[in-house]
Design a protein around this ligand. Structure first.
Ligand SMILES: [Fe+2]
Length: 160
């Protein structure tokens, strides 16, 4: 951990950095999955889903940057390399051979649901470590993840 004048004990800052790095890896993994879906989706709803998946991937850019910079603000190292992300991500591997729009929506909805669950859990952990700032950032991230999940689920529900 790097030295900082922030008034949180190093022990807590280290745990917060680990907590945030875990969610950072998930968010980067999720962004890559959404891009993969954007590039490879095929079928009758191609244009709508091609654009939706790109929008979802793009909406993760700012939160990813915010989480990474919260880690460095706390004196930690933001683990952003592909190697570290792939080792740290808690998400199931994205089913890379997926082709149809409905299957991509299902796969991304499952990934977002898992991400949203981990982020929601992390809010309470940040509070316990005495860092309302990180809890606030994670709360915003949790709301974003819920919203992206809604956008995906609305496509699934439209077929029923
Ligand atoms: Fe594109």
């Amino acid at each position: 951990m790097h030295a900082t004048r922030i008034d949180l004990p190093e022990k807590n800052r280290r745990k917060l950095a680990d907590l945030l790095n875990a969610r950072l890896a998930d968010a980067i993994d999720l962004k890559l999955a959404a891009k993969h879906a954007h590039w490879n989706v095929k079928g009758p709803r191609f244009i709508a889903l091609h654009e939706l998946f790109d929008q979802i991937a793009g909406a993760l850019d700012e939160p990813i940057d915010d989480v990474a910079e919260r880690i460095t603000t706390l004196g930690g190292t933001a683990d952003g390399t592909l190697d570290l992300v792939s080792r740290r991500s808690s998400l199931d591997p994205y089913p890379a051979a997926t082709v149809s729009g409905a299957d991509h929506v299902e796969a991304l909805a499952a990934a977002f649901a898992a991400f949203a669950r981990s982020v929601r859990k992390a809010i309470g952990e940040a509070e316990k470590l005495g860092d309302d700032g990180t809890a606030d950032l994670l709360t915003e991230l949790s709301q974003d993840a819920d919203k992206q999940l809604w956008l995906l689920e609305a496509h699934l529900q439209s077929d029923t």
